[in-house]
Write a protein that binds this ligand. Sequence first.
Ligand code: ADP
Ligand code: ADP
Length: 230
Amino acid sequence: ETVIRYERARKEYGDGTVAVEGLDLDVHAHELLALVGPSGCGKSTTLRMANRLVELTSGRLLVEGADVADADPVALRRRMGYVIQNVGLFPHRTVEQNVATVPRLLGWSRERIRSRVVDLLELVGLAPDTYARRYPHQLSGGERQRVGVARALAVDPPVLLMDEPFGAVDPVGRRRLQAQFGRIRSELGTTVMLVTHDVDEAVRLGDRIAVFSRGGHLEQLADPVSLLAR
Ligand code: ADP
Ligand code: ADP
């Protein structure tokens, strides 16, 4: 089952930079597809096409069978959690308030939000009693990333888009986060697109790996084992 389909997708930015060229790619339900390749090869652009932070110049992109060009961006983004490097938590809101952002917008009841926040913090390994009332500056880098993951999962989106989610975390912390994220994923079955420049991370987490090369070309689709064997 295909959740996201790129058909001859192309992105040329206003200054003439061609970021993505002739991309044909299917993302399957419940898989983690890792996008790897050198800096500037179009990985982030590819990801951001899916939630319409970037509009295609030509070609088509289907999410759950519907052309994103016809989708309401707000509705689309509720179905696709988005996690970036350095997360972008709201600095003047507590962990609980950050995680509750979208449920509040949706008008969930206080009790439903509270219990969802507790579940999510437990899911990402942050004891609610300790962390719910902290502010982002009172957290380590790794803890902030975990809050970002919890926030992205708040309304149980079928798709998670992650752009270098562990990039700002030290190597030891990154290993821990990767392992923990792997467990979360197997529990939830969320479809994930993960952008990373770290081949090791792609191999560790990916079910399939899309290797991009300069000029925004998809060079190959590989399974992790065959990529390691190269
Ligand atoms: P990656 O995620 O692989 O590092 P990006 O998708 O961020 O690659 O960028 C692909 C290319 O598009 C790069 O050459 C980058 O400089 C360029 N680019 C990205 N965003 C913009 C933008 N908003 N305007 C112009 N060029 C951009
Ligand atoms: P890391 O090495 O992962 O970046 P830190 O040294 O920043 O971790 O933090 C270590 C621990 O101290 C973490 O559990 C974090 O929550 C806690 N901590 C860091 N800063 C504060 C603070 N200002 N107030 C309360 N706890 C803090």
